[in-house]
Design a protein around this ligand. Structure first.
Ligand code: GCO
Length: 441
């Protein structure tokens, strides 16, 4: 209803964002760099049956050598911000070995972004772990956070000339679920208990990183990228559907962020007191993609007895990735606002190979961002996932998230038409009447 009202009022006029708004895209090291041979994902990809169609990251988008080619494109598309990650296994390929050349390459990349007028946001852990770290027990070991902290102490001082916006970790709950509950990501474990252990250790790692960064760069803004997904009861009148949806919501959306805000986690089965983690958020990073309808189902104990599916008849993106639900971004921004911090939309996007939905997706989602901002919610930037098609974890190369299409075999790039739509938005810091007229229903 309200969304409809918004479109009516603004159908012909412009939707203006602040001049200082950060407009960019997001990527992660393993998904774009290529030849990340020292991490657990690389090893995982070599095992038969792990990745759709036996795909491998391989050369990925060849960023380790040629990231600047895509940085040029981002600049030409009027982007002024980019979120990328640094690969721990490059910087510390073995327990006792630090690779200065790898750090230099990251300095060069960040300088390259700055020179193009693009402000970097740097993520320190985006799903991958050095093989040596994974082989000794990864995040399940009690010293994991300490080992991560050593990496942070090494890499952050080397990058502070170029960056002051930091994401410690990416989507910790989603990562723990895929790595330790469903077991479709390395280390391929199926044990909620072990997952909780790893997640607790990662919260410790986040807190340690928060402190280290502030010691070396007092003005830094530090947060993490929290995955927000909406879970709506299939039958609003069913208490069981409501209960299950609420449980999923608490667990997926709120556990880690509550831990980082208060130092306490009370999401059964996860109960932790970590006072050191309290107040370790300078901003809230929002990764938003989709929502689920949820019905009670005794057969799914691992999902809190819920069965999840897209709303019947709703538009969905490629490959069963989920419902396209722009109003969800407004709703998660309201959730994120309760922490009283500035907000960055650190990821939002969809797999859409033929690009028939992406232009409208961008315009509709940004209309919802604007709507939240009209209510005083302090959104500071939007990083579309992603700049260029990249290696989508267990889905391999099958899902195409890029504004720029990539053929990984030939490294040929082709701009999708959504790239130009988004470029106009970035240039004007506004949704113009033409695009509102054309793309909003
Ligand atoms: C994640 C990550 C990205 C994905 C993106 C599309 O959410 O898994 O942060 O690495 O590629 O979300 O699925």
């Amino acid at each position: 209803m309200i969304a409809f009202g918004l479109m009516q009022t603004h159908r012909m006029s412009e939707i203006r964002f602040p001049r200082a708004f950060r407009w960019g895209t997001a990527t992660s090291a393993h998904q774009v760099e290529g030849n990340n041979t020292h991490n657990d994902w690389w090893a995982w990809e070599q095992q038969p049956g792990r990745i759709v169609a036996g795909d491998r990251s391989g050369l990925a988008c060849d960023w380790w050598v040629h990231a600047e080619r895509d940085f040029d494109a981002a600049r030409d598309l009027h982007q002024n911000a980019h979120r990328l990650s640094v690969e721990w296994s490059r910087i510390q390929p073995e327990t006792g070995r630090w690779d200065g050349d790898a750090i230099d390459r990251y300095r060069e990349m960040l300088r390259g972004l700055r020179e193009r007028g693009i402000e970097p946001m740097v993520t320190l852990h985006h799903f991958t772990n050095p093989l040596w770290f994974a082989e000794r027990g990864g995040w399940e070991r009690d010293d994991a956070a300490g080992l991560f902290a050593r990496f942070v102490e090494r890499v952050v001082p080397a990058l502070i000339d170029f960056a002051d916006l930091w994401c410690t970790v990416n989507e910790p709950v989603g990562w723990a679920f895929s790595a330790y509950v469903s077991g479709v990501w390395p280390p391929g474990v199926r044990s909620a208990r072990r997952g909780m252990k790893a997640l607790t250790q990662m919260l410790r790692g986040h807190a340690a990183a928060y402190r280290i960064i502030h010691q070396v760069q007092p003005d830094a803004q530090v947060g993490f990228a929290n995955y927000f997904r909406l879970f709506d009861p299939a039958q609003a009148a069913s208490p069981l559907d409501r209960l299950v949806a609420a449980q999923q919501h608490r667990f997926v959306n709120m556990t880690f962020i509550d831990g980082a805000a208060t130092g306490r986690v009370r999401t059964l089965p996860w109960v932790v007191n970590l006072p050191e983690a309290a107040r370790t958020l300078d901003f809230v990073g929002v990764n938003y993609y989709t929502r689920d309808m949820v019905s009670f189902d005794l057969r799914n104990p691992k999902q809190f007895f819920g069965r999840n599916y897209p709303a019947p008849g709703a538009p969905v993106s490629d490959g069963g990735y989920g419902e396209i639900y722009p109003e969800g971004l407004y709703r998660v921004l309201r959730l994120a606002a309760q922490y009283g911090k500035p907000i960055f939309i650190t990821e939002n996007g969809l797999p859409d190979d033929d690009d028939d939905r992406r232009p409208a997706f961008i315009v509709d989602h940004l209309s919802q961002v604007w709507r939240a901002m009209q209510e005083g919610i302090p959104v500071r930037g939007y990083y579309h996932w992603s700049l260029v098609d990249n290696f989508e974890w267990a889905r391999g190369w099958s899902l195409k998230f890029g504004l720029i299409a990539l053929d990984p075999a030939t490294q040929t790039r082709t701009l999708r038409s959504s790239a130009s739509v988004y470029a106009e938005i970035c240039r004007d810091s506004a949704l113009n009447p033409r695009m509102l007229e054309r793309f909003t229903r």
